[in-house]
Ligand binder design. Structure first.
Ligand SMILES: *Cc1c(COP(=O)(O)O)cnc(C)c1O
Length: 396
């Protein structure tokens, strides 16, 4: 199996992209939680600190493009999301953007639509935010398994908040079909793309997505706490009424007007002063995507997860772990989750042997595959290490 993996590495058209990242001998399968550091980032950070902050200081708001960085970086990200310019802004966290978009969606919908649908398997922050948004807007929150959301949407649904990929088991949802079904029911779609942005091709404009959020520190490698993105379909922008109308979303922030007048474009999603150092890191990190076709990324991601599943099957004692990730390509994100009763303890031993993955309580081990830098040989090595640990072999 190692020989086959080596041949796959040798034939991999994305293999040279690994050089764009700072990596070592660790088998890093946690890029779905925190992407590796792109080589383009440290130098750019040093320059931003010394030149833009250190020398130009306040002048950088205009002379270094700080003022428009959230929209500029949003437009830079847009092609990876399948979005035309002017619909993506970068800033705040995913959680904060979820709040803005969820309340904004209720305000876009007819008053008769008094319910918010929530993907029942959602990431916790999405649920917490949705509960508060529902309470604030006087809407009923109804959690429904993703597979039933299309049927559940009806004349009372204002918006459905759905995860594109389930963070625990790695199941990929049918975004085009569900978006169309929601639209058919007159409901808005709000997609959480945290585990798909940068992992697979997206076509938000073409698929008719209304609203979307996602983080940039996972598959997009923007760095710890990197600003998140928000997408609002251009047709909705003129009526989009944010619940957090800060001065940076104003049409003229420096007019210091007592009345709020939203900016005409995506800038109305902004709240307060942007986190420019993190934004600069993200902007530099996005250079790792130069010339990269997302179709090739997806093809490699599926090849990596296929190989890992096959290697686990071959190298791990039967029954020792249970794969939770769908075998079907159309339903698989870019991770493989395995169930094991002592997932936390197993993870600790894996990390000690140079295989970094992560664990979600109570019993899920997650392995993230980031095609820009994950290789086939190390993928087999990870499965072999897991197999050896489960067979009780001593560490050497
Ligand atoms: C990682 C993740 C988040 C993170 O939210 P932050 O506010 O950026 O910390 C939210 N939703 C999902 C589905 C995630 O996977």
């Amino acid at each position: 199996m190692i020989a086959r993996a080596e041949a796959l590495d040798a034939a991999d058209p994305l293999r040279p992209l690994r050089e764009r990242f700072v990596l070592d001998d660790t088998v890093y399968l946690d890029g779905n939680s925190l992407g590796a550091l792109p080589r383009s980032v440290p130098g750019r950070m040093a320059e931003v600190v010394a030149e833009e902050w250190g020398r130009l200081r306040i002048r950088s708001w205009t002379e270094s493009g700080w003022d428009s960085a959230p929209e500029r970086v949003g437009d830079r990200l847009a092609p990876l999301l399948g979005a035309a310019p002017g619909q993506v802004v970068v800033g705040d966290s995913t959680s904060v953007n979820l709040f803005k978009l969820l309340v904004g969606a209720v305000r876009l919908a007819d008053d008769a639509r008094d319910e918010i649908l929530l993907d029942a398997e959602t990431f916790p922050t999405d649920r917490y935010v949705a509960e508060s948004a529902a309470r604030m807007t006087g809407r009923r929150l109804r959690a429904v398994p993703a597979a039933d959301l299309a049927r559940a949407a009806g004349p009372r649904t204002a918006v459905a908040l759905v995860n594109h990929v389930d963070y625990r088991v790695g199941e990929l949802r049918d975004l085009p079909a569900l978006t169309a079904a929601l639209r058919e029911a007159g409901a808005l779609s709000l997609w959480d793309l945290c585990h798909s942005a940068g992992a697979l091709p997206l076509a938000l404009d073409r698929d008719g997505v209304d609203l979307a959020v996602g983080c940039t520190y996972k598959y997009l490698n923007g760095g710890p706490g990197a600003p998140a993105f928000a997408y609002v379909r251009s047709a909705h922008l003129p009526r989009f009424d944010t619940p957090l109308p800060g001065w940076w979303g104003h049409s003229e922030p420096f007019a210091m007007s007592p009345e709020y007048a939203p900016h005409a474009g995506i800038r109305r999603l902004r709240v307060g002063s942007p986190d420019l150092l993190s934004m600069a890191a993200l902007e530099a990190a996005l250079e790792a995507w130069d010339g990269v076709e997302l179709a090739a990324v997806r093809a490699k991601s599926l090849a990596l997860t296929d190989l890992f599943l096959e290697a686990v099957d071959a190298l791990v004692e039967p029954g020792a772990v249970e794969p939770l990730t769908p075998a079907e390509h159309a339903r698989r994100g870019s991770q493989v989750s395995l169930r094991h009763a002592d997932a936390a303890g197993l993870l600790e031993r894996l990390v000690a042997r140079g295989v970094v993955a992560d664990h979600r309580p109570p019993d899920v081990l997650r392995f993230g595959f980031t095609p820009l830098y994950t290789g086939f040989t190390e993928t087999v090595r990870a499965a072999a290490t897991l197999g050896a640990l489960l067979a009780g072999e001593e560490e050497r």
